[in-house]
Design a binder for this molecule. Structure first.
Ligand SMILES: Cc1cc2nc3c(=O)[nH]c(=O)nc-3n(C[C@H](O)[C@H](O)[C@H](O)COP(=O)(O)OP(=O)(O)OC[C@H]3O[C@@H](n4cnc5c(N)ncnc54)[C@H](O)[C@@H]3O)c2cc1C
Length: 371
Protein backbone atom coordinates (compact mmCIF):
# COMPACT_ATOMS: atom_id res chain seq x y z
CA UNK A 1 0.00 0.00 0.00
CA UNK A 2 1.24 3.51 -0.81
CA UNK A 3 1.36 6.05 2.02
CA UNK A 4 0.50 9.58 0.94
CA UNK A 5 0.94 12.94 2.71
CA UNK A 6 0.19 16.61 2.03
CA UNK A 7 2.45 19.36 3.37
CA UNK A 8 3.08 23.07 2.72
CA UNK A 9 6.83 22.48 2.72
CA UNK A 10 8.77 19.26 2.29
CA UNK A 11 12.47 19.35 3.13
CA UNK A 12 14.49 16.43 1.75
CA UNK A 13 17.66 15.78 3.76
CA UNK A 14 18.13 15.95 7.54
CA UNK A 15 21.61 17.53 7.59
CA UNK A 16 22.27 21.02 8.99
CA UNK A 17 20.77 22.73 5.91
CA UNK A 18 17.53 20.71 5.99
CA UNK A 19 16.97 20.91 9.76
CA UNK A 20 17.60 24.66 9.77
CA UNK A 21 15.19 25.22 6.88
CA UNK A 22 12.53 23.13 8.62
CA UNK A 23 13.09 25.07 11.85
CA UNK A 24 12.33 28.58 10.54
CA UNK A 25 9.57 27.36 8.22
CA UNK A 26 7.76 25.50 11.03
CA UNK A 27 8.29 28.44 13.39
CA UNK A 28 6.44 30.68 10.96
CA UNK A 29 3.40 28.42 11.24
CA UNK A 30 3.29 26.40 8.00
CA UNK A 31 3.00 22.60 7.82
CA UNK A 32 6.50 21.15 7.38
CA UNK A 33 7.93 17.65 6.85
CA UNK A 34 11.65 16.86 7.10
CA UNK A 35 12.64 13.61 5.36
CA UNK A 36 15.88 11.75 6.11
CA UNK A 37 16.93 8.50 4.49
CA UNK A 38 19.10 7.16 7.31
CA UNK A 39 17.80 5.36 10.43
CA UNK A 40 18.42 8.44 12.56
CA UNK A 41 19.66 12.00 12.12
CA UNK A 42 23.46 12.11 11.71
CA UNK A 43 23.74 8.33 11.79
CA UNK A 44 26.65 8.68 9.35
CA UNK A 45 29.08 11.53 10.02
CA UNK A 46 30.64 12.98 6.84
CA UNK A 47 32.36 16.07 8.23
CA UNK A 48 35.15 17.16 10.57
CA UNK A 49 32.83 19.62 12.28
CA UNK A 50 35.06 22.67 12.61
CA UNK A 51 33.29 26.00 12.84
CA UNK A 52 33.42 29.44 14.50
CA UNK A 53 32.18 30.28 17.98
CA UNK A 54 30.64 33.53 16.72
CA UNK A 55 28.33 31.46 14.47
CA UNK A 56 27.66 28.89 17.22
CA UNK A 57 26.44 31.71 19.48
CA UNK A 58 24.39 33.28 16.66
CA UNK A 59 22.60 29.95 16.08
CA UNK A 60 22.15 29.24 19.80
CA UNK A 61 23.97 25.88 19.64
CA UNK A 62 24.41 24.65 23.25
CA UNK A 63 27.85 24.85 24.89
CA UNK A 64 28.01 21.06 25.40
CA UNK A 65 28.06 20.55 21.60
CA UNK A 66 31.64 21.71 20.94
CA UNK A 67 35.28 21.90 22.01
CA UNK A 68 36.73 25.45 21.80
CA UNK A 69 40.03 26.04 19.96
CA UNK A 70 42.54 28.82 20.74
CA UNK A 71 45.71 27.81 18.88
CA UNK A 72 46.01 27.16 15.17
CA UNK A 73 49.18 25.31 14.19
CA UNK A 74 50.30 24.86 10.60
CA UNK A 75 52.96 22.39 9.54
CA UNK A 76 54.79 22.10 6.21
CA UNK A 77 57.71 19.74 5.49
CA UNK A 78 60.29 22.15 6.99
CA UNK A 79 58.34 24.81 8.81
CA UNK A 80 55.81 25.15 11.62
CA UNK A 81 53.85 28.19 12.79
CA UNK A 82 51.22 28.72 15.47
CA UNK A 83 48.72 31.55 15.64
CA UNK A 84 47.09 31.96 19.05
CA UNK A 85 43.96 33.74 20.21
CA UNK A 86 43.55 34.86 23.82
CA UNK A 87 39.89 33.80 23.69
CA UNK A 88 38.80 30.74 21.70
CA UNK A 89 37.32 31.74 18.33
CA UNK A 90 37.00 28.35 16.63
CA UNK A 91 35.46 25.06 17.73
CA UNK A 92 35.25 21.40 16.85
CA UNK A 93 31.64 20.27 16.98
CA UNK A 94 30.27 17.07 18.39
CA UNK A 95 28.63 16.59 14.98
CA UNK A 96 25.98 14.08 16.00
CA UNK A 97 24.90 16.05 19.05
CA UNK A 98 24.78 19.34 17.08
CA UNK A 99 22.88 17.97 14.09
CA UNK A 100 20.39 16.22 16.40
CA UNK A 101 19.94 19.44 18.36
CA UNK A 102 19.18 21.29 15.09
CA UNK A 103 16.57 18.71 14.16
CA UNK A 104 15.08 18.75 17.64
CA UNK A 105 14.68 22.54 17.37
CA UNK A 106 12.76 22.01 14.09
CA UNK A 107 10.58 19.38 15.77
CA UNK A 108 9.89 21.65 18.74
CA UNK A 109 8.86 24.39 16.29
CA UNK A 110 6.28 21.98 14.82
CA UNK A 111 8.00 20.16 11.93
CA UNK A 112 7.24 16.46 11.42
CA UNK A 113 10.47 14.46 11.22
CA UNK A 114 10.49 11.29 9.12
CA UNK A 115 13.54 8.98 9.09
CA UNK A 116 14.20 5.89 6.92
CA UNK A 117 12.61 7.68 3.93
CA UNK A 118 14.74 7.42 0.82
CA UNK A 119 13.45 9.88 -1.78
CA UNK A 120 14.30 8.96 -5.35
CA UNK A 121 11.63 10.54 -7.57
CA UNK A 122 10.01 13.90 -8.14
CA UNK A 123 6.35 14.55 -8.93
CA UNK A 124 5.69 17.25 -11.53
CA UNK A 125 2.57 19.13 -12.63
CA UNK A 126 1.48 19.82 -16.24
CA UNK A 127 4.03 22.71 -16.44
CA UNK A 128 6.86 20.39 -15.41
CA UNK A 129 7.19 22.17 -12.06
CA UNK A 130 7.88 20.08 -8.97
CA UNK A 131 4.83 19.50 -6.73
CA UNK A 132 5.99 16.57 -4.64
CA UNK A 133 8.48 13.77 -4.09
CA UNK A 134 8.25 10.03 -3.67
CA UNK A 135 10.44 7.22 -2.46
CA UNK A 136 10.55 4.26 -0.15
CA UNK A 137 9.90 4.16 3.57
CA UNK A 138 9.69 1.39 6.18
CA UNK A 139 6.23 0.37 4.83
CA UNK A 140 7.00 0.59 1.10
CA UNK A 141 6.20 3.38 -1.36
CA UNK A 142 5.63 6.83 0.13
CA UNK A 143 4.46 10.06 -1.53
CA UNK A 144 4.67 13.64 -0.26
CA UNK A 145 2.73 16.40 -2.03
CA UNK A 146 4.00 19.88 -1.28
CA UNK A 147 3.74 23.53 -2.34
CA UNK A 148 7.51 24.04 -2.07
CA UNK A 149 10.27 21.42 -1.89
CA UNK A 150 13.73 21.99 -0.44
CA UNK A 151 16.67 20.05 -1.86
CA UNK A 152 18.91 19.68 1.21
CA UNK A 153 20.32 16.30 0.15
CA UNK A 154 23.91 17.58 0.26
CA UNK A 155 26.56 16.64 -2.30
CA UNK A 156 24.27 14.25 -4.17
CA UNK A 157 21.58 16.89 -4.90
CA UNK A 158 19.02 14.15 -5.48
CA UNK A 159 16.00 16.38 -6.15
CA UNK A 160 17.70 18.91 -8.43
CA UNK A 161 19.24 16.04 -10.41
CA UNK A 162 15.87 14.27 -10.75
CA UNK A 163 14.43 17.55 -12.07
CA UNK A 164 17.26 17.70 -14.64
CA UNK A 165 18.45 21.08 -13.27
CA UNK A 166 21.97 20.01 -12.29
CA UNK A 167 24.59 17.35 -13.03
CA UNK A 168 27.22 15.87 -10.70
CA UNK A 169 29.78 18.36 -9.28
CA UNK A 170 32.93 18.17 -11.44
CA UNK A 171 35.41 19.64 -8.98
CA UNK A 172 35.12 18.49 -5.38
CA UNK A 173 37.04 17.57 -2.24
CA UNK A 174 37.17 14.01 -0.89
CA UNK A 175 38.03 13.54 2.77
CA UNK A 176 38.69 10.57 5.04
CA UNK A 177 39.17 10.75 8.80
CA UNK A 178 39.25 8.72 11.96
CA UNK A 179 37.72 9.83 15.19
CA UNK A 180 40.25 8.31 17.53
CA UNK A 181 41.46 8.10 21.10
CA UNK A 182 45.11 9.20 21.53
CA UNK A 183 47.63 9.25 24.35
CA UNK A 184 48.66 12.92 24.15
CA UNK A 185 46.91 15.93 22.69
CA UNK A 186 46.44 19.57 23.60
CA UNK A 187 42.64 20.10 23.48
CA UNK A 188 43.07 23.83 22.63
CA UNK A 189 45.17 23.36 19.49
CA UNK A 190 44.32 22.20 16.00
CA UNK A 191 46.86 21.20 13.37
CA UNK A 192 46.71 21.66 9.62
CA UNK A 193 49.42 19.82 7.70
CA UNK A 194 50.43 20.69 4.11
CA UNK A 195 52.94 19.41 1.56
CA UNK A 196 53.24 16.49 -0.83
CA UNK A 197 53.71 13.78 1.80
CA UNK A 198 50.48 14.71 3.56
CA UNK A 199 48.43 15.30 0.41
CA UNK A 200 49.33 16.75 -3.01
CA UNK A 201 46.15 18.87 -3.32
CA UNK A 202 44.55 19.77 -0.01
CA UNK A 203 45.62 19.35 3.59
CA UNK A 204 45.66 16.91 6.47
CA UNK A 205 44.31 17.76 9.92
CA UNK A 206 44.19 16.96 13.60
CA UNK A 207 41.15 18.46 15.33
CA UNK A 208 40.80 17.84 19.09
CA UNK A 209 37.41 17.15 20.65
CA UNK A 210 38.56 17.03 24.30
CA UNK A 211 39.00 13.94 26.53
CA UNK A 212 41.98 12.81 24.40
CA UNK A 213 39.75 12.32 21.38
CA UNK A 214 40.73 13.75 18.00
CA UNK A 215 39.63 13.70 14.40
CA UNK A 216 42.61 13.01 12.16
CA UNK A 217 42.07 13.18 8.43
CA UNK A 218 43.24 13.84 4.89
CA UNK A 219 41.48 15.89 2.23
CA UNK A 220 42.26 15.61 -1.48
CA UNK A 221 41.12 17.92 -4.28
CA UNK A 222 39.50 16.16 -7.26
CA UNK A 223 40.18 16.00 -10.13
CA UNK A 224 43.56 17.67 -9.34
CA UNK A 225 44.83 14.54 -7.58
CA UNK A 226 43.92 10.87 -7.99
CA UNK A 227 45.14 9.94 -4.53
CA UNK A 228 42.76 7.95 -2.32
CA UNK A 229 42.39 9.94 0.95
CA UNK A 230 41.71 6.80 3.03
CA UNK A 231 44.90 5.13 1.84
CA UNK A 232 46.92 8.33 2.38
CA UNK A 233 45.48 8.73 5.89
CA UNK A 234 46.63 5.22 6.82
CA UNK A 235 50.09 5.99 5.40
CA UNK A 236 50.63 9.26 7.27
CA UNK A 237 49.51 7.63 10.53
CA UNK A 238 51.88 4.72 9.94
CA UNK A 239 54.78 7.05 9.13
CA UNK A 240 53.91 9.21 12.18
CA UNK A 241 54.54 12.34 10.13
CA UNK A 242 55.07 15.70 11.87
CA UNK A 243 52.68 16.31 14.80
CA UNK A 244 51.13 12.83 14.43
CA UNK A 245 54.12 11.33 16.27
CA UNK A 246 53.32 13.39 19.38
CA UNK A 247 49.84 11.80 19.63
CA UNK A 248 51.29 8.45 20.78
CA UNK A 249 49.09 5.41 20.25
CA UNK A 250 46.09 6.18 17.99
CA UNK A 251 43.03 3.99 18.61
CA UNK A 252 40.31 4.56 15.98
CA UNK A 253 36.74 4.85 17.28
CA UNK A 254 34.89 5.62 14.06
CA UNK A 255 35.71 6.21 10.38
CA UNK A 256 34.24 9.16 8.46
CA UNK A 257 34.27 9.75 4.70
CA UNK A 258 32.69 12.56 2.69
CA UNK A 259 32.65 14.63 -0.47
CA UNK A 260 32.23 18.40 -0.68
CA UNK A 261 31.49 20.46 -3.82
CA UNK A 262 34.20 22.80 -5.08
CA UNK A 263 32.74 24.15 -8.33
CA UNK A 264 32.23 27.65 -6.93
CA UNK A 265 28.79 29.22 -6.72
CA UNK A 266 27.88 27.95 -10.16
CA UNK A 267 24.31 26.78 -9.50
CA UNK A 268 21.03 28.62 -9.73
CA UNK A 269 19.36 27.83 -6.41
CA UNK A 270 15.71 28.75 -6.93
CA UNK A 271 13.26 27.27 -9.42
CA UNK A 272 9.47 27.19 -9.45
CA UNK A 273 8.46 25.54 -6.11
CA UNK A 274 12.05 24.47 -5.40
CA UNK A 275 15.00 25.76 -3.35
CA UNK A 276 18.50 24.25 -3.13
CA UNK A 277 20.32 24.82 0.15
CA UNK A 278 23.63 23.81 1.77
CA UNK A 279 25.98 21.56 -0.20
CA UNK A 280 23.32 20.96 -2.87
CA UNK A 281 23.55 24.71 -3.56
CA UNK A 282 27.38 24.60 -3.42
CA UNK A 283 27.42 26.90 -0.36
CA UNK A 284 30.89 25.92 0.83
CA UNK A 285 34.21 27.71 1.20
CA UNK A 286 36.56 25.97 -1.25
CA UNK A 287 39.72 27.14 0.49
CA UNK A 288 39.11 25.32 3.74
CA UNK A 289 36.20 23.12 2.65
CA UNK A 290 33.87 24.53 5.25
CA UNK A 291 30.08 24.55 4.87
CA UNK A 292 28.25 23.84 8.14
CA UNK A 293 27.61 27.44 9.18
CA UNK A 294 26.48 28.38 5.66
CA UNK A 295 24.12 25.39 5.63
CA UNK A 296 22.57 26.54 8.92
CA UNK A 297 22.53 30.26 8.12
CA UNK A 298 21.08 29.98 4.62
CA UNK A 299 18.83 27.07 5.61
CA UNK A 300 17.18 29.44 8.05
CA UNK A 301 16.81 32.05 5.28
CA UNK A 302 15.36 29.45 2.91
CA UNK A 303 12.75 28.38 5.49
CA UNK A 304 11.61 31.95 6.02
CA UNK A 305 11.48 32.85 2.30
CA UNK A 306 9.65 29.61 1.46
CA UNK A 307 7.06 30.11 4.20
CA UNK A 308 6.45 33.74 3.16
CA UNK A 309 5.97 32.60 -0.45
CA UNK A 310 3.59 29.81 0.61
CA UNK A 311 1.52 32.21 2.73
CA UNK A 312 1.35 34.63 -0.24
CA UNK A 313 0.28 31.74 -2.52
CA UNK A 314 3.05 32.56 -5.01
CA UNK A 315 5.87 30.03 -5.03
CA UNK A 316 7.51 30.48 -8.44
CA UNK A 317 11.23 31.17 -8.91
CA UNK A 318 10.66 34.96 -8.68
CA UNK A 319 8.88 34.65 -5.36
CA UNK A 320 11.71 32.47 -3.97
CA UNK A 321 14.50 34.66 -5.39
CA UNK A 322 14.98 36.76 -2.17
CA UNK A 323 16.66 33.63 -0.75
CA UNK A 324 19.23 33.51 -3.56
CA UNK A 325 19.76 37.26 -3.36
CA UNK A 326 20.35 37.02 0.41
CA UNK A 327 23.00 34.30 0.33
CA UNK A 328 24.78 35.65 -2.76
CA UNK A 329 25.07 39.11 -1.16
CA UNK A 330 26.43 37.53 2.00
CA UNK A 331 29.12 35.24 0.59
CA UNK A 332 29.56 35.39 -3.19
CA UNK A 333 32.50 37.79 -3.41
CA UNK A 334 34.26 36.20 -0.42
CA UNK A 335 33.88 32.70 -1.83
CA UNK A 336 35.21 33.86 -5.18
CA UNK A 337 38.33 35.32 -3.50
CA UNK A 338 38.81 32.14 -1.49
CA UNK A 339 38.69 30.20 -4.78
CA UNK A 340 41.56 32.28 -6.15
CA UNK A 341 43.75 31.65 -3.09
CA UNK A 342 42.93 27.96 -3.38
CA UNK A 343 44.01 27.86 -7.04
CA UNK A 344 47.41 29.23 -5.98
CA UNK A 345 47.77 26.89 -2.98
CA UNK A 346 47.03 23.81 -5.06
CA UNK A 347 50.14 24.48 -7.20
CA UNK A 348 52.62 25.00 -4.31
CA UNK A 349 55.71 22.80 -3.97
CA UNK A 350 56.98 21.73 -0.53
CA UNK A 351 59.59 24.53 -0.56
CA UNK A 352 56.95 27.08 -1.48
CA UNK A 353 54.72 25.80 1.34
CA UNK A 354 57.59 26.32 3.79
CA UNK A 355 57.67 29.99 2.72
CA UNK A 356 53.87 30.29 2.60
CA UNK A 357 53.66 29.42 6.28
CA UNK A 358 55.72 32.51 7.12
CA UNK A 359 53.13 34.59 5.24
CA UNK A 360 50.27 32.83 7.04
CA UNK A 361 51.95 33.66 10.34
CA UNK A 362 51.62 37.38 9.58
CA UNK A 363 47.95 37.09 8.74
CA UNK A 364 45.01 37.26 11.04
CA UNK A 365 43.23 33.92 10.80
CA UNK A 366 40.05 35.47 9.48
CA UNK A 367 41.95 36.94 6.50
CA UNK A 368 41.89 33.59 4.82
CA UNK A 369 39.00 32.00 6.69
CA UNK A 370 36.03 34.05 5.63
CA UNK A 371 33.46 35.19 8.11
C1 LIG B 1 35.73 15.35 4.73
C2 LIG B 1 34.90 16.57 4.97
C3 LIG B 1 35.22 17.40 6.03
C4 LIG B 1 34.47 18.54 6.26
N1 LIG B 1 34.80 19.34 7.31
C5 LIG B 1 34.07 20.44 7.56
C6 LIG B 1 34.38 21.25 8.67
O1 LIG B 1 35.31 20.96 9.42
N2 LIG B 1 33.62 22.34 8.89
C7 LIG B 1 32.57 22.68 8.07
O2 LIG B 1 31.90 23.69 8.30
N3 LIG B 1 32.27 21.93 7.00
C8 LIG B 1 32.99 20.82 6.74
N4 LIG B 1 32.66 20.03 5.67
C9 LIG B 1 31.50 20.42 4.86
C10 LIG B 1 30.19 20.14 5.57
O3 LIG B 1 30.16 18.81 6.02
C11 LIG B 1 29.03 20.39 4.61
O4 LIG B 1 29.16 21.66 4.00
C12 LIG B 1 27.69 20.31 5.35
O5 LIG B 1 27.51 19.02 5.90
C13 LIG B 1 26.53 20.59 4.38
O6 LIG B 1 25.31 20.32 5.01
P1 LIG B 1 24.04 19.84 4.18
O7 LIG B 1 22.92 19.78 5.17
O8 LIG B 1 23.90 20.66 2.96
O9 LIG B 1 24.38 18.37 3.66
P2 LIG B 1 24.66 17.01 4.45
O10 LIG B 1 25.27 17.28 5.76
O11 LIG B 1 25.37 16.13 3.48
O12 LIG B 1 23.20 16.42 4.71
C14 LIG B 1 22.42 15.86 3.69
C15 LIG B 1 21.42 14.91 4.32
O13 LIG B 1 20.50 14.48 3.33
C16 LIG B 1 20.27 13.09 3.48
N5 LIG B 1 19.86 12.57 2.16
C17 LIG B 1 20.63 12.48 1.06
N6 LIG B 1 19.92 11.92 0.04
C18 LIG B 1 18.68 11.70 0.52
C19 LIG B 1 17.50 11.12 -0.05
N7 LIG B 1 17.50 10.70 -1.31
N8 LIG B 1 16.39 11.02 0.70
C20 LIG B 1 16.41 11.46 2.01
N9 LIG B 1 17.51 11.98 2.60
C21 LIG B 1 18.62 12.10 1.88
C22 LIG B 1 21.63 12.55 3.96
O14 LIG B 1 21.51 11.30 4.58
C23 LIG B 1 22.07 13.66 4.90
O15 LIG B 1 21.59 13.45 6.22
C24 LIG B 1 33.39 18.88 5.41
C25 LIG B 1 33.06 18.04 4.34
C26 LIG B 1 33.82 16.90 4.12
C27 LIG B 1 33.45 16.02 2.98
Amino acid sequence: MTEEYDYDLVVVGGGPAGSSTAFTAAKSGIKVALLEKENSIAETVRTSGVTWIESIKEFGIPDNCYNPIKNFSFVSPNNEVTISDSIATAAVLDVRKTYRWLTHEAEKAGADIFVKININEVIKNENNDIVGVSGTGPNGKIIFHSKVIIDATGFTSVISKAMGFVTQWKRFGAGAEYEAKVENVDPDTWWLMVGQEYTPAGYAWIFPLGNNIIRIGVGVGKPESDIDPTQRLKEIIEKQLGPIKKLGKITPIEFHYGLIPNDGLSRKTVFNNLILVGDSAGQANPLVLEGIRYAIKFGRVAGKVASDAIKNKKTDADALYPYEENWRNAIESKINSAGKVQDRWIGLSDKEWDKELDIIKELKLKNFWIS
